[in-house]
Design a protein around this ligand. Sequence first.
Ligand SMILES: Cc1ncc(C[n+]2csc(CCOP(=O)(O)OP(=O)(O)O)c2C)c(N)n1
Length: 283
Amino acid sequence: MNIEEQKEIKLKANEIRTLAIKMIYNAQSGHPGGSLSASDILSVLYFKVLNVDPKNPEWSKRDRFVMSKGHASAAYYASLALKGYFPINDLFTFRKLGSILQGHPTIHVPGVDMTTGSLGQGFSTAIGMAIAGKLDKADYNIYVLIGDGEMDEGIVWEAMINAPHNNLDNLIAILDRNKYQLDGSTENILPLGDIESKIKAFGWEVQSINGHDIEEIYNAIKISQNKNGKPKMIVANTVKGKGVSFMENTHEFHGKAPNKEQYEKAIKELETEREKILKEGST
Ligand SMILES: Cc1ncc(C[n+]2csc(CCOP(=O)(O)OP(=O)(O)O)c2C)c(N)n1
């Protein structure tokens, strides 16, 4: 990916972060921490990887995407709106009565391939979708984004053992390894330890990357598209709350909206970051 393309994806990630914070502040409810950690991954997926058509969300040959960590819906809806599935203004109905943009994504939202929110179930259904793709001899891939706290769910490990058995090389999972979950550090609550080795032992091809480096994310996905009979797992090492200093590396903003003062500080920081990205490459 050249510098200009990287810049474009970084700017989109910054827009995703900014919209997510605005939506959560407006609703006074939502999940900032896990939205911010996943924004760079979502930006690469939606603006560089996924073969989808926002004008025809049900297109049968589209790549599928499952947001298994469905609570990070603010960043997910922001990505879908920026991609053109629905108007950006709709984002400000987030979590309001009567809106389709509820706290957890449902298939009623244009572009959403699977209803999620009950942790573990999205990952498992992505495996079902990949099996369906194989049965149909389809060319599309299934991408799924999971959280590291989500790995505590037993259903994840049933799915983990199933995917290699079915030779699901059309399945690319990305693990948002931000090391925090709802009320503490993943390593204190239920340690994942050497998660790469564990997943590899189940028969997956595993890569470990910096989940905020646009080029690393993109290259890892490209490598994962290799049809070698194995499902792929990209362990994306991220920072919970990335991009807003006081939300970083803490569970405090897992499921809490910022107050007015915090909101203003967050938006200021994201604006500064945007200006920095715009200046990149121009000396
Ligand atoms: C089955 C289930 N149990 C509990 C919850 C409540 N819950 C929502 S988010 C969360 C923590 C998830 O942690 P992680 O996957 O690391 O999310 P991230 O840090 O990426 O936001 C929990 C326990 C849930 N949504 N589903």
